[in-house]
Design a protein around this ligand. Structure first.
Ligand SMILES: [Zn+2]
Length: 183
């Protein structure tokens, strides 16, 4: 059978090591939710801050009334991939209350997108996504929105030939760069 380029890409996605990495890191088995732990921490401290939970670190950029903004430490893109997380432990969009809806969708998403465009002039597009349920890729069952800036040059030799993703900025640097827009 002839394997087309598209089939090859999908095979790579299906066998992506990212999911096993999460499992190895006990993301699914932790008793205390990592985003609830972060929300707790934000009652006493102000961002930018790094919360070290042992099995993972959370890099908090900003804190708001109903939610907070963190760096995704396991990104799909080379830099600047963020997550907007509710303080309340809810799983899906249906459970959002009016305050959360307004803050997230009327205020913050556009503000975050504008800030990313300012900080990373090479941004040419965005993915804004919500995964609901494990089958849909929700690795932490606490509501969060993925904000993924896209760069025209992000797919290079390593991604297409070796199934390896290149990340050229560490999460701490992203946290520092982005936190100034939310002071
Ligand atoms: Zn939680």
């Amino acid at each position: 059978m002839v394997t087309t380029m598209v089939e090859k890409i999908f095979q790579n996605y299906l066998s992506a090591p990212r999911r096993s990495y999460f499992k190895d890191k006990k993301m699914f088995r932790e008793e205390k939710c990592l985003f609830c732990s972060t929300s707790e921490k934000l009652k006493k401290e102000s961002p930018p801050l790094i919360l070290d939970l042992g099995f993972t670190k959370v890099f908090v950029i900003a804190n708001f009334k109903n939610c907070f903004l963190v760096v995704n430490p396991y990104p799909y893109v080379p830099r600047g991939q963020l997550q907007l997380v509710t303080h309340r432990h809810i799983q899906g969009m249906k459970e959002l209350n009016d305050g959360e809806m307004d803050e997230i969708f009327k205020e913050l998403i556009t503000k975050i997108q504008t800030s990313l465009e300012k900080e990373y002039p090479m941004v040419v597009g965005f993915n804004i996504g919500i995964n609901y349920g494990k089958t849909a890729g929700q690795s932490v069952e606490h509501f969060h929105i993925h904000l993924v800036p896209r760069f025209s040059s992000e797919t290079g030799f390593m991604e297409t030939t070796a199934g390896t993703r290149i990340v050229d900025e560490n999460p701490e640097e992203t946290m520092e760069r982005m936190s100034k827009y939310f002071k």
